[in-house]
Design a protein around this ligand. Structure first.
Ligand code: MRU
Length: 366
């Protein structure tokens, strides 16, 4: 997508041919800061500290992290260590495991002297595949927005509510939940996005709002608790969110607060869609509530808040009493029965085992 009118991805190979450039998302929306990953440690830190985030981008960054590690040391021991270090960075997004397993499998079958080159080539492929997948998610999902537009008075904008950031900043390009919105907007459909701020890290207020603004998509940032009210008053036509892990039976795990939006949508007969690339499906599990590890992050993300102060400087302030305990559950699980449909690169399906298998028949049943 575009930043100041120029096409940009979230991750790319640096001009020197081996470093890896990323957008440091902790500085957005206030500053556009680019950072160079130079080794395994810097790649792991970028994922852990959320300079990059979003399930698909975490996967692509891990793939490049493996490449950087192989450049340093291409032995079997270094390969195993790189996989272990990267796997420990964030527990919920399954694209991380998917990318690491894919890289590890291919590199194990490659002689050590060729491993670095093979790793860079595969990481670039993973990034390009993600772009193509997200573009297709956009095309399939845009048809749902068209259907919603046909039900409204001509020219009236379709109101779409989204949570967290599942836009191009969460992927390599296009995004998952926001891809249908970009495709519909680019095709001339009138759309308006309700952007949940998404406490505690405010990925909606900071990232989704920024990227929609850069692309010229009309949007309004709302506090996290507003969506239910808007739905009760007919002000949301559909919801689209992303997912960090989808079980084989269609449960989806996404940023904390997604479940409450799905409940409100069901109560108000508003369609609740979840957009995802194939690598976000964890075929090894059925029950999301039981089997998906929910990341708990540092309490400071809840007790402190960061923004621009009156002088235009980035400042962090405390918003809770020093002595109060805080808890920071980063994700929740929305059961399949609350999801109207899954938007994938292969089309839209029911959130169920039958639905997913109809699109991915090659996955074995055991
Ligand atoms: O903690 P984050 O910012 O990595 O969480 C991101 C989300 O929850 C996204 O909605 C999810 O990764 C889907 S991304 C395309």
């Amino acid at each position: 997508m575009k930043v100041d009118g120029k096409p940009m991805r979230t991750i790319w190979l640096a001009d020197d041919g081996w470093g890896v450039e990323i957008i440091d998302q902790t500085a957005l929306p206030h500053r556009l800061v680019l950072t160079r990953l130079v080794d395994l440690e810097s790649a792991a830190r970028a994922i852990r500290d959320m300079l990059v985030r979003g399930a698909p981008l975490i996967g692509a960054t891990a793939a490049y992290g493996m490449a950087l590690a192989m450049r340093q040391d291409s032995s079997d021991a270094a390969l195993a260590k790189a996989a272990e270090v990267l796997m420990a960075t964030r527990p919920t997004a399954v694209n991380l495991r998917w990318a690491i397993d894919d890289m590890r499998r291919r590199l194990t079958g490659t002689a050590p002297p060729q491993r670095a080159a093979a790793a860079y080539a595969r990481a670039a492929e993973i990034a390009d595949e993600d772009v193509a997948i997200c573009r297709r998610i956009g095309e399939h999902g845009a048809k749902l927005i068209e259907i919603a537009a046909d039900r409204k008075p001509k020219g009236e904008a379709v109101n779409i509510l989204t949570h967290c950031n599942a836009g191009w900043l969460a992927t390599v390009d296009w995004g998952t939940a926001l891809a249908p919105i970009y495709v519909a907007h680019d095709a001339g459909l009138a759309v308006h996005v309700w952007v949940d701020e998404t406490r505690p890290r405010n990925q909606g207020a900071g990232l989704t709002a920024w990227e929609l603004g850069q692309h010229g998509v009309p949007h309004t940032v709302i506090a996290d608790n507003v969506g239910g009210h808007l739905m009760q008053h007919g002000m949301v036509d559909l919801c689209i969110t992303g997912t960090d892990r989808t079980t084989a039976s269609g449960d989806v795990c996404n940023k904390i607060g997604t479940y409450l939006k799905a409940l409100a949508a069901r109560d108000n007969a508003v369609a609740f869609y979840v957009a995802l690339p194939g690598p976000t499906i964890d075929w090894t599990i059925e029950d999301g509530l039981r089997d998906i590890p929910i990341e708990q992050r540092g309490g400071e993300e809840v007790s402190l808040i960061t923004g621009l102060d009156a002088k235009g400087e980035i400042a962090t302030v405390r918003i809770t009493p020093e002595t109060s305990a805080v808890a920071n559950y980063a994700f929740d699980v929305t059961p399949a029965h609350l999801v109207s449909g899954l938007i994938t690169e292969r089309g839209v399906c029911q959130a169920s085992q039958t639905g997913l298998r109809s699109l991915y028949p090659e996955v074995s049943a055991d």
